[in-house]
Design a protein around this ligand. Structure first.
Ligand code: PLP
Length: 452
């Protein structure tokens, strides 16, 4: 930081302050973690300076021999860790991984058969009329993904996202009573809608998914099964999710981030079967430009870490901690979407406290607990104010928290929410954003955060 200080002190100061803030508070954001020092250090090197568009051994720039090593090692770790036939480690983020996968599936399923039909060997041989036909077919394809309020991600077909614009999309929800995935209802929807791509995976669903069932549904309607395991990749890597709960043996294409429960650098990856590998391998130039070589190197380091026995213990503790947190909250009368958890996520429904998600998130932040507000199924407050607060255990587990610590965390959360009341507006209505929190509850929680 001393070096940075001399060039731009404000950046040195913000970086220093971020460390202090992360140390002073409890990080319960389900998508965040603490990468190891080797992972962080690997990101800060001169590998960042190298351009390497292309793939291993086939680059559009000279002098890529070291980047070739980096990319090959990262892909090898990814294949071996997840038991995948093919791994593509270039995507810069989860969104890039999903875009790469979508275009690769379109290229494999639509473009290649169309080229054969047009009698063309490659896209360069297409006439304007052929392109017009192809564009129409690309734009005509259907995608079925989980809705945002049921826990899906915006890249799963949300209209304002490019995935909702490049496909004709529909979304599936959860059972209104149990808030759990209803595979029969999903199968019926898939039969009627006939998607090209069925997307499974989530950002805020606190339960495991049966990917064998998902594949049966996809097969029945001739869809490609794409699983976005961005959130739970660490639980797959750590063998907490095995058999039907492991997406890799069941999906055609699996996408992920590397920075959430997997505890690597910010980035993305695509895993695929041999069938889809050649299309995914065209991620650059299909969607991506030059890879971030320093980040691919850090992915390799993080994946090597994830192959250790310690990581398996870590992943098991992430799930045990989530269960302990959920049980602690339920014992204190907090209501949870689906009534609990069996992954790393706990989704609180805070309406019984008379609060919106936004008020609860802000009051918890004041009290040293960092979370994010989140929609619950059929949320009456919409996606901005929300009725839920999402909690996750990957980060605290990296700090060494165990199930007995999680009861203390549940106590802090329930205490703060009980001591928070919405401010009344001039019209006498409860505000959706402003709130009051007693000084006593705030200082008790801050002291406990410091102690933990
Ligand atoms: N997919 C899922 C399921 C996610 O939860 C997220 C992140 O929130 C993403 C994709 C996007 O990841 P990124 O923020 O790296 O683009």
């Amino acid at each position: 930081l001393g070096m940075i200080e001399q060039v731009e002190p404000r950046i040195a100061q913000a970086t220093r302050q971020e460390l202090a803030d992360q140390r002073a508070s409890l990080k319960l954001i389900a998508s965040e973690n603490y990468a190891s020092l080797p992972v962080l250090a690997t990101m800060g090197t001169w590998l960042s300076d190298k351009y390497a568009e292309g793939t291993v051994g086939h680059r559009f720039y000279a002098g890529c021999q070291n980047v070739d090593t980096v990319e090959a090692v990262a892909a090898e770790h990814a294949r071996e860790l997840f038991g995948a036939e093919y791994a593509y480690v270039q995507p810069h983020s989860g969104i890039d991984a999903n875009l790469t996968a979508y275009w690769a599936i379109l290229a494999h399923k639509i473009e290649s058969p169309a080229l054969a039909e047009f009698g063309a060997k490659g896209v360069a041989e297409l006439s304007e009329a052929d392109w017009e036909t192809l564009r129409h077919r690309f734009g005509d394809q259907r995608l079925l993904g989980m809705s945002l309020d049921a826990g899906g991600h915006l890249t799963h077909g949300f209209r304002p996202n490019v995935s909702g614009k490049m496909f004709h999309q529909r979304s599936y929800g959860t059972d209104p009573e149990t808030q759990l995935l209803d595979y029969d209802a999903l199968a019926a929807q898939a039969r009627e809608f006939k998607p090209l791509i069925l997307v499974a995976g989530y950002s805020a669903y606190p339960r495991r998914v049966n990917f064998a069932k998902m594949r049966e549904i996809a097969d029945e309607v001739g869809a490609v099964l794409m699983v976005d395991m961005a959130h739970f990749a660490g639980l797959v890597a750590g063998k907490v999710f095995t058999g039907d709960e492991d997406p890799v043996p069941h999906a055609h294409v699996v996408t992920t981030t590397t920075h959430k429960s997997l505890r690597g650098p910010r980035g993305g990856m695509v895993l695929a079967t041999e069938e889809f590998a050649p299309s995914v391998d065209r991620g650059c130039p299909l969607v991506l430009g030059g890879p971030l070589s320093h980040v691919m190197a850090a992915k390799a380091v993080a994946l090597a870490e994830a192959r250790t026995a310690e990581f398996r213990t870590y992943a098991a503790t992430v799930a045990d901690n989530a269960k302990a947190l959920a049980e602690g909250l339920l014992r204190r009368g907090v209501s949870l979407v689906t009534g609990g958890t069996d992954n790393h996520i706990v989704l609180m429904d805070v309406r019984s406290f008379g609060l919106t998600g936004r008020q609860a998130e802000a009051a918890l932040l004041d009290s040293g607990i960092v979370t994010n507000r989140n929609a619950v199924p059929n949320d009456p407050n919409g996606a901005w104010y929300t009725t839920g607060v999402r909690l996750g255990t990957p980060a605290l587990t990296s700090r060494g928290f165990t199930p007995s610590d999680m009861d203390a965390v549940a106590d802090m959360i329930a205490g703060v929410l009980t001591a928070t009341t919405p401010t009344t507006t001039a019209a006498g209505q409860p505000s959706k954003a402003k709130y009051e929190l007693t000084d006593d509850a705030r200082s008790r929680s801050l002291a406990e955060a410091e102690r933990l």
